[in-house]
Design a protein around this ligand. Structure first.
Ligand code: FBP
Length: 545
């Protein structure tokens, strides 16, 4: 593979490890744990993996380990740093025994089921160190949840003599990892399953997981682009830019980009829900800010929109919940695709039908028809940035007629999502991911299963980071999926009493009215630590003592 000079220099970067992982480790176990919700039900569903303690690694005595094989799966959407998790795994198993082997299952969990795999060699690893993307083995969204899949999986795991399987994924994929760990433990198959917290969305976090990997790099990449747009906008002074940002449900990405760039407006879905705002309320909020800036002669600005906002507008949320139930029935599954829209309209309540009919046809169709394999609405396909700007334009026309708006309104639309998911990992993600992978091998060596690899204290220099493991069952509760109550990892939404949101609220009125843009510039890999190694502002505010 040909490489640019930056790629060549970056390949030489040696990611940092927490002190405890720099030599042999011993595991310090905490108290038994409980799930975050529905304790009794979760305990019953996971009798072999429930209640295990949180683990922290400390320096220990050297020990010998026979060669062992590990399998790895990249699951779900790409996130910067995936290749470093795999290099950490590779280096980790080799330090325990140089004859250990790493196998990658191709194109996600489907590779395990279909027995598509490859051995990951040291030459391959060297090609991919510190690079973005998941292309070393590819990723996929196949849901691993059926017994026949687990049984097909165990066949290939045994054939390859694999001791442990590492699943690198978000909340849904780690939920599947937990179910798989429980199944193999119950059947005494002797294969361990370990998860790693991935997703640019930043919604796989809790008391134990500070952040999911990829969030840092993706936000910095989007912030560079938003900063560039803000400079353009402040130069020509003629457009309002409506920028939708990935992040499925939670608004963590939008909030972090707002903290980095200080745009005029940033919508926070969780706030929209809390305040029970309607679509019209959201539009009015933006239009009023546009009108206020126009009185100062500023007919330009930036609006950040989290991609999941539509699902948080209470009336639409209710509609989606009913659509999910209606679409989950066997009868609905038999309906031909071109008849589904009519079927849906006939089967939802009058109240929801009214909301459904009030939406632009394209949006209504997206909500009613397309789901990903986990049953999620594919919000990245809904053009909310256009929907909102058109509605704002209409509102401003009305305001103009009523003498409440004096400006000119022209809009540009952007969607930043895929641009950031495969960016070369920042130093933070490069170090964090390598440590997560390396640490997973220590969990394996300690015989653990049903654990997620965790690295904490990441707002401090890397040698002070804390390495360990958290039982995945600890993060679970029951939620409705595809019409049924299922054990799932609880998603972390933006907390409205959390420090990052509160800081944003304390600033947003000023940012809305006055041009206060910050232009963060591109991610820097070489240079002073104050420029290259800073974690996200979200993490810095969350960990501020
Ligand atoms: P994961 O939760 O699997 O990490 O994926 C996150 C995400 O990037 C979302 O932000 C986005 O809504 C979705 O993936 C897009 O999915 P796809 O890659 O299938 O288009």
């Amino acid at each position: 593979m040909e490489k640019s000079p930056l790629q060549l220099a970056r390949a030489e970067y040696q990611p940092k490890l927490p002190k405890a992982l720099q030599g042999p480790v011993k595991a310090k176990e905490g108290n038994p744990t409980q799930s975050v919700g529905n304790q009794e039900e979760i305990k019953k569903l996971f009798p072999n993996t429930y209640g295990m303690p949180v683990i922290e690694f400390e320096s220990g005595e050297p020990y010998e380990m026979a060669p062992f094989n590990v399998g790895v799966i990249l699951s779900g959407g790409q996130a910067p740093g995936g290749h470093n998790v795999i290099s950490g795994l590779f280096d980790g198993i080799k330090t325990l025994n140089k004859d250990s082997k790493l196998y990658g299952f191709i194109l996600g969990p489907g590779g395990l089921v279909d027995h598509k795999y490859m051995e990951i060699t040291s030459d391959m690893i060297d090609e991919y160190r510190n690079t973005g993307g998941f292309d070393i083995i590819g990723s996929g969204r196949t849901k691993l949840e059926e017994e026949w899949q687990f049984e097909k999986g165990i066949k290939i795991l045994r054939e390859l003599n694999i001791k442990a399987l590492v699943i690198i994924g978000g909340d849904d994929s780690n939920t599947n990892a937990c179910v798989l760990a429980e199944y193999y433990a119950a059947k005494e198959y002797g294969v361990q399953v370990i998860g790693c917290p991935k997703t640019i969305d930043g919604d796989l976090k809790n008391e134990q997981i500070e952040t999911s990997f990829g969030f840092d790099t993706a936000c910095k990449t989007y912030s560079e682009l938003i900063g560039n747009i803000q400079r353009d906008c402040n130069s020509s002074r003629k457009y309002w830019h409506f920028i939708k940002l990935m992040g499925r449900s939670a608004s963590h990405i939008a909030l972090e980009c707002a903290l980095q760039c200080q745009p005029n407006i940033c919508l926070i879905s969780e706030e929209v829900e809390e305040k029970a705002m309607s679509l019209d309320d959201v539009v009015a909020y933006i239009a009023e800010a546009v009108a206020a800036r126009a009185t100062d002669g500023n007919n330009f600005g930036t609006v950040l929109i989290p991609e999941g906002i539509i699902e948080f507008i209470p009336a639409i949320k209710k509609l989606i919940a009913e659509l999910n139930d209606v679409l989950a029935t066997d009868e609905a599954k038999e309906v031909a695709r071109n008849k589904q829209l009519d079927y849906v309209k006939e089967h939802i309540s009058e109240e929801n039908l009214k909301v459904f009919n009030s939406l632009p046809t394209e949006v209504a169709e997206q909500l009613a028809l397309d789901r990903d394999p986990h049953g999620n609405v594919q919000v990245s396909l809904i053009e909310t940035e256009k929907l909102l700007s058109h509605m704002v334009a209409t509102k401003l026309e009305k305001m103009k007629k009523a003498g409440k708006y004096v400006g000119k309104f022209a809009a540009q639309h952007h969607f930043f999502g895929y641009e950031g998911r495969c960016a070369a990992p920042s130093n933070y993600d490069a170090d964090y991911c390598y440590s997560l992978g390396f640490n997973a091998t220590r969990l394996i060596a300690n015989g653990k299963t049903g654990y997620m690899s965790i690295i904490k204290n990441t707002n401090s220099p890397a040698d002070q980071w804390i390495a360990g493991g958290v039982p995945i069952t600890m993060m679970m509760n029951l939620e409705k999926r595809n019409g049924k109550m299922k054990p799932v990892i609880r998603k972390a939404l933006v907390e409205l009493d959390g420090a990052p949101y509160k800081y944003f609220v304390s600033k947003r009125e000023t940012w809305a009215r006055y041009t206060s843009y910050v232009y963060p510039g591109p991610i820097q890999y070489f240079g002073p630590s104050s420029v290259c190694d800073q974690p996200t502002i979200t993490l810095q505010l969350e960990q501020k003592k």
